[in-house]
Design a protein around this ligand. Structure first.
Ligand code: 13P
Length: 257
């Protein structure tokens, strides 16, 4: 983390979990666990249909709500899709773009991810842009090449003034939902490389202001060590974010001096 130059953002990705009553219970318990003074932003990304319930439940806490995907199109004949303006109307401030589960199970390409990033920014949503390698890519020692490529492609056409609003999440696919976390050094190395890509394209001032998260089996036990890396400015947390006490502990880890 480096709070002098950029925000620390702890975001839960609830994936396809929780009904409104469960969201209310979570929010009530979570509120009691989080101290008033905090130095990080907290976000919970829910299925689109649950956004209004989450916004209501978290109204009194300082928890923002995000979507998990959106259409690259502003409106029209795209059955089943959700537009950025609709997420905003529902109360979302953030949206996850290009999660590996979207890339893997829904055929999202780098080109589609780029179109969605531009659409999210156009809708005034903060995109949390996910990149990350498979185990095979890591074993071939191609991680930095692949992630560099993914970041460049995802950000193609993003104007410098928009770049300050973008969050990048490094999520190694082999660490998602597996209980296998990248070591702090592995995660830190890739996040530093991601900042270098942003620096090469947008310059040092913008690069140092961009929040870069780590995601992949992040939990209360490993958060502090991961967040101690200078280029890891937060987390995108799946399983552990479903439990209020776990997410609260990660937030507390992000609040260490
Ligand atoms: P886990 O924290 O469950 O590994 O999920 C990470 C993730 O995919 C967050 O987007």
């Amino acid at each position: 983390m480096n709070r002098k130059y950029r925000k620390t953002v702890i975001a839960g990705n609830w994936k396809m979990n929780k009904l409104p009553s469960e969201i209310r219970n979570f929010a009530e318990e979570f509120r009691t666990l989080i101290p008033r003074a905090k130095w990080c932003d907290i976000v919970v990304c829910t299925p689109a249909v649950m956004i209004p319930a989450a916004v209501r439940a978290f109204k009194e806490g300082k928890v923002a709500v995000g979507g998990q995907d959106m259409s690259a199109h502003p409106s029209g004949a795209y059955t089943g899709e959700v537009a950025g303006a609709q997420l905003v109307d529902a109360g979302a401030k953030y949206v996850i773009i290009g999660h590996s589960e979207r890339r893997q199970y829904h055929g999202e390409t780098d080109e589609m991810v780029n179109a969605k990033v531009l659409a999210a920014l156009g809708s005034k949503l903060i995109p949390i842009v996910c990149v990350g390698e498979s185990l095979e890519t890591r074993e071939l020692e191609l991680t930095l090449d692949l992630v560099t490529y993914q970041v460049k492609r995802a950000l193609s056409g993003v104007a410098p003034e928009q770049m300050r609003k973008v969050i990048i999440a490094y999520e190694p696919i082999w660490a998602i939902g597996t209980g296998k976390t990248a070591t702090a050094e592995q995660a830190g190395e890739v996040c530093t490389a991601i900042r270098a890509v942003v620096r090469a394209v947008y310059g040092a001032r913008i690069a140092r202001s961009v929040t870069i998260q780590y995601g992949g089996s992040m939990n209360a036990a490993n958060a502090e060590e991961l967040l101690a890396q200078p280029d890891i400015d937060g987390g995108l947390i799946g399983g552990a974010s479903l439990k209020p006490e776990e997410l609260a502990k990660i937030v507390l880890a992000a609040n260490q001096e």
